[in-house]
Design a protein around this ligand. Structure first.
Ligand code: 5GP
Length: 141
């Protein structure tokens, strides 16, 4: 398996070198909206520590990612009036991973509404801003 490369897009977002719509952060983790959401509110949770994916992340870092994933999932249920949440994590290209900094996908879903296929289209930035505001408000509630 290749080693971690800190020039990946999410490492640049973490360092503030690229923009994102942040919804939550703490000492160990960072959460922001996916620019090509598969459902309204599709959020990514990443560790601050450099890890390529589930296969090389340190257990304690992954525990923090799991903790934040749960926080976001619960808030997303409220913010998007969802009926459920899908969590996905891809490790290595064969699985569909395209960005090599570990991330959890958190996708709120409504009964009977299928997810869009991965990376179908870039969402309108105004829509993403509205979704970020809704999620941030639910996280504060
Ligand atoms: P993967 O297949 O690696 O699990 O998914 C990577 C995800 O990152 C995709 O859902 C894709 O839409 C998202 N993505 C790719 N580039 C960017 C970006 O520059 N900003 C944000 N916020 N998401 C991105």
């Amino acid at each position: 398996m290749a080693t971690y490369d800190d020039q990946n897009i999410f490492a640049k977002i973490l360092r503030g070198e690229l923009p994102c719509l942040k919804v939550y952060e703490n000492d160990r983790t960072f959460a922001f909206l996916d620019i090509m959401p598969r459902s309204p509110g599709h959020t990514l949770v990443i560790p601050r520590a450099g890890a390529r994916n589930l296969l090389d992340i340190r257990e304690e870092d992954f525990m923090e990612v799991a903790r934040t994933t749960r926080i976001i999932a619960r808030a997303a249920m409220k913010a998007f009036a969802a009926d459920g949440i899908i969590i996905q994590q891809f490790s290595e290209p064969a699985s569909g991973q395209v960005v090599f900094h570990l991330h959890m996908h958190i996708m709120p879903v409504k009964e009977g509404v299928p997810l869009l296929p991965p990376q179908t289209r870039k969402e309108d930035p105004k829509v993403l801003e509205d979704h970020a505001a809704k999620l941030i408000a639910a996280l504060k509630a």
